[in-house]
Design a protein around this ligand. Structure first.
Ligand SMILES: Cc1cc2nc3c(=O)[nH]c(=O)nc-3n(C[C@H](O)[C@H](O)[C@H](O)COP(=O)(O)OP(=O)(O)OC[C@H]3O[C@@H](n4cnc5c(N)ncnc54)[C@H](O)[C@@H]3O)c2cc1C
Ligand code: FES
Ligand code: FES
Length: 493
């Protein structure tokens, strides 16, 4: 647990309030970088929630939060270890101790865990139960069944070191709605409205609710840490032991919580979480759906944003190779001379070095703009990592081709894990454009991509492996685009 030292942790003036167990919890003087897990376990002594990795990886600390959206509760499982406590201000919150009824009757998810022998060690089980509770509220309570795919998705952020997943998946698939356990949603929605999570424009945790207020906060507090989902920034607190005396949280900015659809493009707001962003992208290009499911696990996708992934600029970030291949642009905004100004930057020109970009200190990445597909477009997006779920890429490759009459009329390729920044493979594109899409062209492109980058060797992969896999992924793209429906990499040797 992070020790609380008031000299290192300046306090926020605004109280933190959330709904919990039919009452509003109100806490004063909560430091901006206090994690939700530390608030629960240390300040409120709610110790049902466990700490495993403190890095968003294991899911032991999972709690469920809900926001009132259009009069309904929207439930999310979140990693409390990397979530600043103030980020749940104005929401409802459940921990593993809040599910059983006062008379001891278990909640359906707990009962299913008992019946399927899914309850295992005391660290992981509370987290599994909370992921199942979020799944229950989002599906079973709405009359939908849980299939194996949904169960795996919901549990993708929970690790069990003894590998006893089967009974837990079985518990998820056996969930049945229990009307007697139904929550009074309207009462909770009313309580949340009464709490009215108001805009916080002062103090050390700024939470603007409009775009102009966000831009002004950014202009006035250049030293403050801007955060969205905090799935990167939260680790700087818990793993890097970095202090954040002032935070600007952009997740409540109404204008940035939307995906806007236009005839030629879609614009994804910086407060849209990864799950919704991938769903919006997959609506135009279904191949993106399975690629999106490889991004982290469910709780990280529910909190983290596409804007945060792009702004953070990790060379092994997953969305950027895809967005580069799709010719995406970012819209950067600032408050200058009393008004909002903006500029569009093509993503392939955004990065200037390792974790460096054109983003000025007073700028915010407001939207990611993605062109809609042309009729002749073919797209492939691939992530290679050691684990299927909840793992960072060794290599990521996205290939967009325009195929007309068997010829490649346009090509854009984005690559991750091969350079200091997410990169565009322009030499490889040149080897493809204007050529017939056949084995000879593929081989020329494989040679080009092997020579285009000088990847590093690290714990995820050696440089040689990375170079080779780039070529193999191009071959996979060729096979898939020429009609092979499922391609197994091991068949390509
Ligand atoms: C367990 C785990 C698994 C993960 N798996 C993956 C993975 O598979 N693939 C992958 O690519 N990443 C992964 N990540 C990293 C992380 O989830 C992503 O990078 C995520 O998209 C970050 O978004 P965020 O909203 O949480 O950003 P934050 O953590 O809030 O912010 C990250 C940085 O971006 C800046 N920033 C955020 N939004 C903006 C904005 N609108 N304008 C300007 N600056 C901004 C912040 O100031 C900060 O410097 C993982 C993280 C964890 C903890
Ligand atoms: S403690 Fe492991 S994800 Fe939070
Ligand atoms: S349930 Fe904790 S290690 Fe498996």
């Amino acid at each position: 647990m992070m020790p609380m030292n008031p000299t290192l942790h300046p306090v926020t003036e605004a109280p933190l309030r959330f709904w919990h167990r039919d009452a509003v919890v109100e806490r004063h003087h909560v430091p901006p970088d206090r994690t939700l897990l530390d608030l629960l376990r240390e300040d409120l002594r709610l110790t049902a929630t466990k700490e495993g990795c403190a890095a968003g990886d294991c899911g032991a600390c999972t709690v469920v939060v809900a926001e009132a959206v259009n009069g309904r509760l929207l439930y999310r499982a979140v990693n409390s270890c990397i979530k600043p406590a103030h980020a749940v201000d104005g929401m409802a919150l459940w921990t593993a101790a809040d599910l059983a009824r006062p008379d001891g009757t278990l909640h359906p998810v707990q009962q299913a865990m008992v019946e399927c022998h899914g309850s295992q060690c005391g660290f992981c089980t509370p987290g599994f139960v909370m992921s199942l509770f979020a799944l229950y509220q989002r599906t079973v309570a709405q009359g939908q069944a849980v299939d194996s795919h949904r169960a795996h998705e919901a549990l993708s952020g929970n690790l069990c070191r003894c590998t006893g997943y089967r009974p837990i998946v079985q518990a998820a698939c056996s969930l049945q709605a229990d009307a007697e356990q139904a929550m009074d949603q309207q009462a909770i929605v009313a309580a949340l409205h009464q709490m009215a999570a108001t805009e916080k424009n002062g103090g050390n945790y700024l939470r603007p609710s409009t775009l102009p207020a966000l831009l002004q906060a950014r202009a006035q507090h250049a030293q403050a840490q801007l955060i969205a989902g905090a799935t990167d920034a939260g680790l700087w607190i818990t793993q890097g032991l970095r202090r954040m005396p002032q935070i600007i949280d952009l997740t409540r900015v109404a204008e940035l919580r939307r995906v806007e659809h236009f005839p030629q493009h879609i614009a994804i707001g910086a407060a849209v979480n990864l799950q919704e962003a991938f769903e919006a992208l997959a609506a135009d290009r279904p191949v993106i759906a399975p690629f999106g499911e490889r991004f982290a696990g469910w709780p990280v996708r529910q909190s983290g944003t596409l804007g945060g992934n792009v702004a953070n600029g990790s060379p092994i970030g997953d969305s950027m190779p895809l967005l580069i291949a799709l010719a995406a642009q970012v819209v950067l905004m600032a408050w200058r001379k009393g008004r909002a100004v903006h500029r569009h930057v093509p993503l392939d020109q955004f990065y200037t070095g390792y974790r460096k970009s054109l983003l000025a200190p007073d700028e915010v990445l407001a939207w990611v703009v993605v062109p809609r597909p042309a009729p002749c477009e073919w797209l492939g997006a691939y992530k290679v990592s050691k684990r299927q779920e909840d793992d960072i890429s060794a290599v990521c490759l996205a290939v967009q081709l325009h195929l007309e009459g068997g010829r490649i009329t346009a090509a854009r390729i984005g690559a991750g894990g091969v350079a200091a920044t997410p990169a565009r493979a322009m030499k490889t594109e040149a080897a493809l454009i204007g050529q017939p899409w056949n084995e000879a062209t593929l081989q020329a492109a494989q040679t080009a991509i092997a020579n285009e980058f000088s990847p590093l060797s690290d714990l995820r992969a050696s440089a040689d492996y990375r170079r080779q896999i780039l070529g193999q992924l191009l071959r996979r793209a060729w096979l898939e685009s020429t009609g092979h429906r499922t391609v197994r990499l091991e068949d390509l040797a």
